[in-house]
Design a protein around this ligand. Sequence first.
Ligand code: GN1
Ligand code: MG
Length: 352
Amino acid sequence: MENNDHVALLHKFSIEKKPYSLQSISQGLINDTFLVLDVSRPIFILQSVNTTVFQNVAGLMNNFGKALDYLADADYAKIELVKTLDGDYYYETSAGECWRLMTYIDHSTAYNTTTNPIIAYEAGRVIGKFHQLLHTAPIKDFEETIPNFHNLQLREDQFKTALDNCPSELKVSAEKAIDFTFGILAKLKEWDQEEIPVRLCHNDTKLNNILFSKHTDKALCLIDLDTLMKGYFHYDFGDAVRTVVNTAPEDEKEHHKITFDKPLFEAFVDGLSSNPAFLTAKEIDLLSMGVVLMPFLHGIRALTDYLNGNIYYKVAYENQNMDRALSLYNFTQKALDQVPYMNEVVKEKLMN
Ligand code: GN1
Ligand code: MG
């Protein structure tokens, strides 16, 4: 799409007409995102929702709008959805593209990785805050934007189907990752997930979905509410920890650079515990399992996509999904090795 088309699109929303310019933000793997500038000042985020991945955009945007009502607190930055001229939360083009416009949080930034314990602490703090603000929101009012998103059985089934249908060369090239998948699947199934509260979760709490103040390092809010729906707290815990304690990117090819950094883990848990206590003992027991489960789920999904010929995630090169899977699996193993350590830390810091 040309810049002019984007500007025409912006004019479908209730904003002042100005000669805005756009900058593409290439971080996400699913949606297309643009920063909207008024001269040189960023003022909006324009985003097209991937309608192959999110088939119920109306439901998703209702979730988004509803969640924003609860995410109102002096200590939590407010993102606003700009409505269209027709008063809707998104604009659908004649080609079926769905676009939304949100306010930009001034002086904010996001990090793919960090080595800074203050950032780790703040990430834990704001995730706890997010859960507390949403605690009173009725779960039944929120649609499941991707049913069974973190369901291990579904991901196993999808992986096996991909394995049955892919060309044998792909299977050979992925042998190491395939073997690891079966080993961990067996292990994860031993964990018992019953009798824990279902909560409204963000379900994509990786570090770069948290905005921080550029000036103070304070965490401001969570972004990317597309997968906000029911889930277990260990999903949000595990997904954040996998990106906070690993100082390498999630598709790092040099595996010796993949870390499980203990001071960062402790800082993250300290940040979480700075909120009033809200987790049950059983949930606390399962937190370390979440740190194994989440990178594994992302790994098996990347591997499945590799076997399917890269149909889900955006890839910059052919084997990127394979690199993601191997790197995420390397971290999964590192997390598994730290389960006793994590259990000790979370018990000490979160049990009252
Ligand atoms: C996708 O597009 P993005 O980066 O927000 C994915 C997440 C993964 C992530 C991997 C709907 O999210 O589950 O954590 O890629 N979102 C969906 O970085 O599949
Ligand atoms: Mg996302």
